[in-house]
Design a protein around this ligand. Structure first.
Ligand SMILES: Nc1ncnc2c1ncn2[C@@H]1O[C@H](COP(=O)(O)OP(=O)(O)OP(=O)(O)O)[C@@H](O)[C@H]1O
Length: 605
């Protein structure tokens, strides 16, 4: 074309920049270029000649450029020069658009792959550091920082702290460029030299011994709508682009990162809150079933339970009714790695044979007449946790065969279904019956016994636990008094010796029920022996009436009578529920139902 200087000129935030450029740039006709571009319209505007320059505009998605050539001593006609300039401008525009698009695609895929990695982190500090790291790399800048908004204190808390180890930086939420972003909900760019110096919070630079030359900051929000202030969670800032000033394409890239970063931060915080509240619930549940007792036999059981808790072995807990088999099973569960999973208890004796199968393994809709809905069984419910099978010795032969299969294959098939469902469950079984005798009588499968009896723990009867009776009595007294808001009374020496001398055929459950009754029915500061209402005391309930200090309604006294009557039957049957039920003229499962109706504690619930 005969030009002596020329090349590409691009407008960057109001300033013209030449590059690539051949020749001297000092004479760049900035005003003329601006005028030509202001006038130009359409996708391929023609070239303009003026004052010895040929200017051919190039419009792209994000930037405005022009091919600019100084014309001197050309032997070509104006028309030839114009056509050539337009041809080159068109080609350049296409090439630039293509490379811009390719760069954008590269950036977006880098953002997506970074965001996928962020989702896997479960530590907030590590996540923020990783996000800042990604931004620094993708924007080619020196630092990136996330300012989380502490609305209550009107502060923006910078994390990670712009390069200072183990510290964080706090600024007022209306200061500097980040403050502007928070106020407007819009991206802001600041470049030294071309932008107003007073916009930058230099106090931060001083604190960090750092020199900010350029920065871009975008809002971070839970919603796509950045103007919804209530959804803003902070500001994402990148500082000092290494090779250039920041421009709109950097702001767009940072905004993409900010969208994904906000989602990752929010979901991690939600996950953390959920985990914290779950842990609190688990801790509450664990502390609500303490294994009280310091007798040597209990200490030994406690030690073995702690050891076995760390494994996934099946445990068989042996002991008479009410000795605390379920409490021990819960303790093993809460000491194990499965503690955040469910603890599901099933009383095998409380269910008739036909129901037990569907209770344990679930059933499909229509499997039998009453199966109106598909129902998940206890095995499935306990997945990830522990299944406590109480009174396993009372299981029917059919139930035993199915249980054995599940323990061996670790899959269940719902009643009426054909699909096998994998279950990851630790089984703790318990019984008050001598399983060896049941095996000899062919009432319990030997192979199932060996499956269950991998580790066995035996709980002694309460009468063999010495001073544990008093420890447990104090524990229950405090618990029930707390429940009804009553000052904790004291035991008279005679009451203490009655507690210690009683045989406790119903074991800890009987003790618990006795103390509960005492708490509700007496009001004195001192509990006398006869208040206990147990066999051998002057005014016991076996011999006559329970002493009641407080006036109570007829329905309540009827309930108490029934409770007392059932307890008496259980006690005099030595805790054997089948025998107690037959003494009361009830089927065993009906006795359990009645006990539940009366608010009595039955195990396996
Ligand atoms: N060591 C203990 N510390 C505190 N409370 C206990 C302890 N052992 C048992 N209990 C309480 O005694 C009652 C009976 O305990 P649990 O149900 O665990 O006995 P069990 O042996 O499983 O009874 P069953 O044989 O009838 O199923 C419950 O109220 C339980 O909270």
């Amino acid at each position: 074309m005969g030009g002596v200087a020329g090349g590409l000129v691009t407008q960057c935030r109001g300033v013209w920049k030449a590059g690539p450029w051949s020749g001297d740039t000092s004479a760049l006709p900035e005003r003329l270029i601006g005028e030509v571009l202001d006038r130009a319209s359409g996708p391929s505007p023609g070239a303009t000649f003026s004052s010895g320059w040929c200017i051919s505009p190039i419009f792209q998605q994000a930037t405005t450029s022009a091919l600019v050539v100084q014309i001197k001593d050309s032997d070509r006609t104006d028309d030839q020069i114009r056509k050539t300039a337009e041809l080159f401008a068109g080609m350049l525009g296409q090439a630039m658009n293509g490379s811009q698009q390719a760069r954008r695609i590269d950036q977006l895929s880098a953002v997506l792959s970074a965001a996928a990695q962020w989702q896997q982190l479960d530590d907030v500090e590590a996540l923020l550091a990783k996000i800042a790291d990604t931004a620094t790399r993708l924007l080619g800048c020196e630092r990136a920082s996330i300012f989380l908004w502490d609305r209550r204190r009107s502060k923006l808390v910078g994390r990670p702290a712009l390069g200072i180890e183990d510290k964080f930086l706090e600024v007022a939420d209306d200061a500097g460029v980040v403050g502007e972003v928070l106020r407007s909900g819009e991206a802001k760019i600041w470049n030294a030299g071309s932008d107003d110096e007073s916009r930058v919070n230099r106090r931060v630079d001083k604190t960090l011994a750092f020199q900010t030359r350029s920065l871009v900051a975008v809002p971070m929000s839970r919603s796509q709508d950045m103007l919804r202030r209530e959804e803003l969670i902070g500001v994402f800032e990148a500082i000092n682009r290494v090779d250039d000033d920041f421009d709109d394409s950097d702001a767009a890239l940072l905004a993409d990162l900010a969208t994904h970063a906000a989602v990752a931060i929010e979901s991690l915080q939600t996950r953390r809150r959920l985990v914290e509240s779950r842990d609190r619930l688990v801790d509450d549940a664990a502390s609500s079933t303490p294994l009280i007792g310091s007798h040597a036999s209990i200490e030994a059981v406690r030690r073995s339970a702690s050891k076995v808790a760390k494994t996934d072995l099946t445990v068989l807990v042996l002991g008479k009714n009410g000795t605390g088999k379920e409490v021990l099973a819960r303790n093993i569960h809460y000491e194990s790695d499965r503690r955040s999973g469910p603890f599901v208890a099933v009383n095998c004796a409380a269910l008739v044979e036909t129901l037990l199968e569907s209770e344990l393994f679930g059933h499909e809709k229509g499997a039998f007449t009453d199966a109106h809905q598909t129902r998940v069984g206890k095995f499935e419910m306990a997945t990830g946790g522990t299944l406590f099978l109480d009174e396993v010795g009372d299981m029917s032969p059919g139930g035993q065969a199915k249980l054995l299969r599940v323990l061996e294959e670790k899959v269940v098939v719902r009643v009426g279904g054909s699909q096998t469902i994998p279950v990851d469950v630790r089984v703790i079984a318990a019984t008050n019956q001598p399983l060896e005798d049941l095996i000899a009588e062919r009432r319990f499968r030997e192979d199932l016994f060996f499956r269950l009896n991998v580790v066995s723990l035996t709980l002694p009867p309460l009468r063999d636990r010495g001073d544990d009776v008093l420890l447990l009595a104090d524990h229950f007294l405090e618990k029930f008094c707390y429940q009804i808001g009553r000052q904790v009374p004291k035991w008279s020496p005679a009451a203490e010796s009655t507690l210690q001398n009683h045989m406790w055929p119903g074991n800890i459950r009987e003790l618990r029920n006795t103390i509960e009754r005492v708490c509700y029915l007496t009001s004195e500061d001192l509990i006398e022996s006869e208040d206990l209402g147990i066999a051998g005391t002057a005014n016991n309930r076996l011999g006559g009436t329970v002493r009641i200090d407080m006036p109570i309604e007829l329905s309540e006294s009827t309930r108490l009578f029934q409770v007392s009557h059932i307890e008496r039957a259980i006690e005099s049957s030595g805790g054997n529920m089948t025998e107690a039920a037959s003494r009361l003229g009830l089927h065993r499962s009906n006795l359990y139902r009645k006990m539940r109706q009366l608010g009595m504690q039955t195990s396996g619930e």
